[in-house]
Design a protein around this ligand. Structure first.
Ligand SMILES: [Zn+2]
Length: 458
């Protein structure tokens, strides 16, 4: 089966729209390098589009009705947006879901140490990474420090032109004879992913004069003590902005495109649709990269609770109605696909691989070792999704994550399918997935946006 490359089909007007979607996307990547920053972005965009905070609706006892738009953010790391449709809510929701956490290095709770007049921040990596990719590249630190008096200090160092950046050092090649013999997983060890944080001693009575200087700076700039790292969430991410890639500018290179490429296009499409028949939901969740655990991960009941509150404010809540609403729902659970890479052709089944320029990818199933851990979408549902794509001229392809037994991966789809709803994995293809800098195709981003819009409108 040969699918046509989407670039060949665009009119001038479509190319213009494509560039608009992609420049908005690049801005999102630059503004949202952590789940908290992505939720902040989504809240601002939602409020601009007329969405109200569900917490205020509950507090005031406001009634909700068809046409109303609300959002519910949880712990600032997960958000659900609702666009209430004209049909009874029990007929089900059209849900777009994606995750907004990305692989990175998290600063440990007792991170600061000095060794031979160099000061380091000790980290624990988050999500699946090839550790050797994270050394020698400029790094930024994003996150929050929450002090015991309840004040939150926002941290964002390394993104402005004149900000300092950080790095993890690597052994010079001249002395790396032993290191180069090691297996990839051991070339750089997890406990060695420590961020170089300072090297200038101050005049002090203390033994560790560089660390003393760093602590002084932390006090001066952030009003924090060393122990405040204990209640901090500081994420070390690649420093710098996303860029267009290729001489023809047909691609985007940037950090965290897994899964923000799906999160942004879902959000944009969702906010662009004003009125819907079936109630629309856009769900952007945290913790997917470590198994969707915790209160802000998809396994928690946060979304179900928010839906119950929305139904209650509509005067439509009871346990059975909630269950029917969830069971009658349909979802595009979006996460990125591995793009076919000719340099690593042997790891793909070319007939069932995702290609740049061939549109949004549907994975009937994901998982590993015999589909284990996957949501295997129903054929009837996939046929419906295909018909929506085709009647809206959306380019789409199907794929598996690599060849059988090469590896595999999971998404949030199987969790939502527990309600008995129809769910299918979808998303855009990415090259160098989970690397500090990932690559996507602009045409796929545009087709993704079109796909999400068509899904919400139907
Ligand atoms: Zn992902």
């Amino acid at each position: 089966m040969e699918l046509k490359n989407s670039w060949l089909s665009y009119t001038a007007a479509q190319k213009k729209e494509l560039e608009k979607v992609c420049s908005g996307y690049r801005n999102f990547l630059d503004e949202g390098k952590t789940e908290r920053e992505c939720v902040d972005f989504a809240v601002a965009a939602a409020e601009k589009a007329g969405y109200k905070n569900l917490a205020d609706i509950i507090k005031k006892g406001t009634k909700l009705k068809s046409g109303d738009k609300v959002y519910s953010s949880y712990m600032g790391k997960t958000i659900a947006l609702f666009n209430i449709g004209s049909e009874p809510i029990e007929s089900g929701l059209n849900i777009l879901g994606a995750h907004i956490d990305s692989p990175r290095m998290d600063v440990k709770q007792n991170p600061l140490y000095e060794d031979n007049e160099l000061v380091y921040l000790d980290t624990h990596y988050y999500g699946g990474i090839k550790k050797y990719q994270w050394v020698t590249v400029p790094l930024a630190i994003h996150g929050v420090v929450v002090k015991t008096d309840g004040t939150t200090i926002d941290v964002n160092i390394g993104e402005e032109e004149d900000d300092p950046v950080f790095c993890v050092t690597d052994l010079l090649i001249h002395l790396a004879a032993d290191q180069m013999e090691k297996k990839g997983a051991k070339v750089v060890e997890g406990e060695n992913l420590d961020v170089l944080f300072g090297s200038m001693p101050i005049k002090t009575k203390e033994k560790e004069a560089v660390k003393a200087g760093i602590l002084e700076l932390l006090k001066e700039k952030y009003d924090m003590e060393e122990r405040d790292f204990e209640s901090a969430e500081l994420e070390v991410v690649p420093a710098g902005k996303s860029r267009e890639a290729g001489l023809d500018r047909s691609m985007i290179i940037g950090y965290g495109q897994d899964d923000r490429v799906c999160a942004y296009t879902s959000l944009l499409a969702f906010l662009d649709v004003k009125k819907v028949k079936r109630t629309g939901v856009c769900l952007l969740v945290d913790k997917e990269e470590i198994g969707s655990v915790g209160a802000t991960g998809m396994q928690s009941h946060v979304f179900e609770n928010a839906l119950a509150e929305v139904m209650n404010a509509m005067g439509a809540y009871n346990e059975l109605s909630l269950r029917r609403t969830l069971a009658n729902s349909k979802m595009l659970s979006s996460d990125v696909s591995a793009a076919y890479d000719p340099l690593y052709a042997s790891q793909f089944d070319k007939k069932n691989a995702a290609f740049f320029g061939k549109g949004i990818v549907f994975n009937k199933y994901t998982g590993a070792r015999g589909k284990s851990g996957s949501n295997d979408a129903n054929a009837e549902y996939f046929a419906l999704v295909r018909s929506i794509m085709e009647s809206n001229n959306v380019a789409y392809q199907t794929a598996e994550l690599g060849k059988v037994d090469a590896g595999g991966g999971g998404t949030i789809a199987y969790i939502m399918s527990l309600y008995g709803m129809d769910v299918i994995d979808s998303g855009m293809a990415v090259l160098s997935m989970h690397a500090p800098w990932e690559v996507t195709s602009k045409s796929d981003i545009y087709e993704g946006y079109k796909a999400y819009k068509a899904f919400i409108e139907n």
